[in-house]
Design a binder for this molecule. Structure first.
Ligand SMILES: *[C@@H]1O[C@H](CO)[C@@H](O)[C@H](O)[C@H]1NC(C)=O
Ligand SMILES: *[C@@H]1O[C@H](CO)[C@@H](O)[C@H](O)[C@H]1NC(C)=O
Ligand SMILES: *[C@@H]1O[C@H](CO)[C@@H](O)[C@H](O)[C@H]1NC(C)=O
Ligand SMILES: *[C@@H]1O[C@H](CO)[C@@H](O)[C@H](O)[C@H]1NC(C)=O
Ligand SMILES: *[C@@H]1O[C@H](CO)[C@@H](O)[C@H](O)[C@H]1NC(C)=O
Ligand SMILES: *[C@@H]1O[C@H](CO)[C@@H](O)[C@H](O)[C@H]1NC(C)=O
Length: 249
């Protein structure tokens, strides 16, 4: 009794010092555990900036902006661990479309069309030669197929096929490739084909029955990641504090 009461001020001092020093030192070990491989220190790549610099993508930039997909992509580049690949149709590609092709689409269809040019993963040019088809895009469609012959890689929507040979940007987490055709998904532009080709749909998605208006995957709120991390840190501090107490008692 006597000894414990005499030592308790010292004990709490040590305890406080213990916790204090822990809170001062940065949580190195924790910070590098499960979170993303840190984005490039120079800040995330700027898709519209990259396209802008190349000069022949004004139509695509306009679509990216009016559909707000540009913003969504910026967001995703900040939070995604897988990166993104964007297939950017040239102004020529848009000019070669039948008049009204884009303007006759609803806003939501325009969003989906743009998202059909975005794959939720970083692919370098070489990887298309071995990628497994179809490659999912962020659009609400069947995806894109890649075929190669030697070094020549083609991308196909099933309706439109075009070579990929010009990388505008290729630095993880973002790859941007020129395409000379707009990647029109048959689902938007062709009448449903008579039962000849019903691709075996994978069972993975549970809510497959609501087709048309599936929203684009909204980018995760980056705040939740940050607060999760600080909660972990708090727990860690408390845990160590308790350990200190355990040792000292
Ligand atoms: C990206 O580049 C565009 C065009 O160069 C510019 O208007 C925009 O402010 C840039 N965005 C960011 C986040 O740097
Ligand atoms: C992405 O991060 C940059 C800084 O790293 C910030 O300036 C920008 O506002 C962020 N964009 C979004 C959409 O969170
Ligand atoms: C790529 O597409 C072109 C037509 O755009 C075609 O002539 C060529 O055979 C295709 N190559 C491959 C490997 O699919
Ligand atoms: C991709 O290829 C598979 C098998 O070759 C085919 O079933 C599917 O319809 C193709 N999809 C597209 C978008 O071309
Ligand atoms: C896919 O779903 C169907 C019924 O909807 C079922 O019969 C089949 O076994 C499922 N396949 C897999 C791989 O889960
Ligand atoms: C999807 O919904 C329709 C009615 O909206 C229904 O007739 C059909 O059976 C449903 N299909 C599945 C796979 O649940």
């Amino acid at each position: 009794m006597a000894s414990s009461s005499s030592s308790s001020p010292a004990l709490s001092l040590i305890l406080i010092a213990c916790i204090f020093s822990l809170t001062l030192s940065p949580p190195q070990a924790l910070a590098q555990s499960p979170s993303a491989p840190a984005p490039s220190p120079s800040g995330p790549a700027n898709l519209t900036g990259i396209l802008d610099k190349n000069g022949q993508y004004t139509s695509f930039i306009r679509l990216l902006t009016t559909t707000q997909v540009a913003k969504q992509i910026e967001n995703q580049l900040n939070t995604s661990t897988e990166g993104l690949t964007v297939f950017a149709p040239t102004d020529n590609a848009f000019n070669n479309l039948k008049a009204g092709t884009i303007n006759d689409l609803s806003n939501e269809q325009q969003v989906q069309l743009v998202l059909n040019h975005v794959a939720p993963k970083y692919y370098n040019l070489l990887s298309f030669q071995s990628v497994s088809n179809p490659v999912r895009t962020q659009g609400n469609f069947a995806g894109l197929n890649f075929s190669s012959q030697g070094n020549q890689v083609n991308v196909s929507t099933g309706m439109v096929q075009t070579p990929i040979n010009n990388a505008l940007y290729q630095q993880s987490p973002l790859a941007v490739y020129q395409v000379d055709k707009v990647l029109l998904p048959p689902e938007l532009f062709e009448a449903p084909a008579p039962a000849s080709s019903t691709p075996a749909a994978p069972n993975s998605s549970s809510s497959s029955n609501s087709t048309t208006s599936a929203k684009a995957p909204s980018a995760e709120n980056s705040n939740s990641g940050a607060s999760g991390k600080s909660n972990m840190w708090l727990g860690f501090v408390v845990g160590v504090g308790m350990m200190c107490m355990g040792f000292l008692s």
